[in-house]
Design a protein around this ligand. Structure first.
Ligand SMILES: C[S@@+](CC[C@H](N)C(=O)[O-])C[C@H]1O[C@@H](n2cnc3c(N)ncnc32)[C@H](O)[C@@H]1O
Length: 422
């Protein structure tokens, strides 16, 4: 976000009015529907506690007449306002929806059109308040408790990390190598004017040069790719699978990593996708069909018995455990406002419970990967240390771990630990 960069020139001169004429016209058009669409979405997120991605999806679905430009305006504005909610509320002259929107719009470096709704807004005052602000938690728009927790856990690295996690995420594709090579997909998308680039260290990834809705592209419908962040793509790779292996993905959810694992196994062997939520595994089934993956089986975890029955059956085990999600704030900015110290403590307990029982599924000589999309050591290396010191971990040794920070990778924050069983 070009944050407050141009607040100084916000009262328009005549010539500026001309240059922003088109933009203002666009805003005029937005007045009755799109800005209201943003307000409605924000109310559902903040007053009813709904998830931002679901709210935006529903808002757009229930207004099919909006054009592509309006739709992307609503999605982007809602996400960015959620991301910067604390700072916007602090700088805004009131909690009125139009004041909040105007403050956000000025923060983006835009000018305000001369609407009645914006008549109370004084850009200079907002600018002045911003310049005087030296509370880093407000500046980075996170709750105080979270800022303190981040500092306690990450020390010197925290401020740069939260700054990086406040940037908009890039769109990354994972090429489905069962159907197409990366080069072929790159060329195919270019024919539809979707330009991408590759980066070193991520063999299956293509990064979009410009954000666009790739889900509408025929190549997606034909299962040529999935949308999956580059850091997330490191997880299946760390599992070092081979064709013919028997692999368990014990927290498979909608199957993002299971599908990648199956592709790395060249569709040979078996992947057992497990989760406590059956509806998520249903998604895995649909995605597997689209991607031409034939080796995934699904199993709902109904209790400890399900795990015991699978004792020593896996060459590889993936524990992509539930976590705070603090590494993926770029794509889920509402997480900042939904988390609490208690909810993080609860998720840490679940992580350790999983670690205490699921590794029994690994065959002697097999390997396990423990992964989170969190940057907090207390969900990551501290959990692994605790596991290794416990009875359940006595047969395991740590091969290596990767602490992927957004500030260093440019992608989501992740933790990936590889362990070997005796
Ligand atoms: C980080 S998400 C997994 C994302 C998934 N692996 C992917 O790549 O799309 C964590 C998953 O763990 C599941 N989960 C929560 N508690 C669990 C438990 N006790 N055992 C297994 N899975 C659990 C959640 O339903 C959720 O789908």
């Amino acid at each position: 976000m070009p944050f407050l960069g141009s607040l100084k020139n916000l009262i328009l001169t005549d010539s500026e009015r001309k240059t922003t004429f088109v933009q203002n016209l666009f805003l005029m058009k937005l007045h009755n529907n799109t800005i209201r669409g943003v307000h409605t979405a924000l109310a559902a997120i903040f007053e009813e506690g709904q998830y931002a991605d679901k709210v935006i999806e529903r808002t757009l679905k229930s207004n099919p007449k909006w054009g592509a430009r309006d739709r992307s305006f609503i999605a982007e504005t809602t996400y960015e306002m959620v991301r910067w909610w604390r700072l916007i509320n602090y700088l805004s002259p009131s909690k009125e929806p139009y004041d909040l929107f105007a403050t956000y719009w000025l923060m983006q470096g835009h000018s305000l059109p001369p609407w009645e709704e914006f008549s109370k807004i004084n850009p200079d005052k907002i600018q002045e308040k911003y310049e005087k602000l030296d509370d880093p938690a407000k500046l980075e728009s996170v709750p105080d408790w979270l800022f303190e927790l981040g500092k306690k856990e990450l020390g010197d690295k925290w401020e740069a990390e939260i700054h990086s996690l406040n940037q908009e995420a890039q769109v990354v594709l994972r090429v489905n190598t069962l159907k197409i090579t990366r080069e072929q997909l790159k060329n195919r998308l270019a024919e539809d004017n979707i330009h991408t680039h590759i980066i070193k260290g991520y063999p299956d990834a293509l990064i979009l040069d410009e954000r666009t809705n790739v889900f509408r592209n025929p190549a997606f419908k034909e299962g040529m790719f999935e949308v999956q962040d580059a850091s997330s793509q490191l997880v299946a790779q760390a599992l070092a699978v081979e064709p013919g292996m028997r692999v368990i993905d014990a927290c498979a959810g909608a199957g993002g990593k299971s599908l990648h694992i199956a592709a790395l196994m060249q569709n040979k062997g078996k992947v057992l996708s497990m989760d406590v939520e059956e509806w998520k595994l249903q998604q895995t089934k649909l995605r597997a069909r689209r991607d031409g993956v034939a080796i995934i089986e699904r199993k709902v975890i109904e209790g400890s018995k399900t795990i015991k029955r699978m004792k020593e059956t896996a060459d590889r085990l993936l524990l992509d455990v539930p976590c705070s999600g603090l590494g993926v704030l770029r794509r889920n900015p509402d997480t900042k406002w939904k988390l609490s110290e208690e909810s993080i403590e609860k998720v840490r307990q679940t992580q350790q419970e999983i670690l205490q029982s699921y590794p029994s599924m690994v065959k002697p000589g097999g390997q396990m990967v423990y992964a989170t999309c969190s940057i907090l050591p207390s969900e990551n290396q501290d959990q692994i240390a605790k596991f290794l010191e416990s009875e359940a971990g006595k047969d395991f040794t740590l091969i290596e771990d990767q602490k992927v920070l957004a500030q260093e990778s440019g992608f989501d924050g992740f933790y990936i630990a590889r362990l070997q069983k005796k």
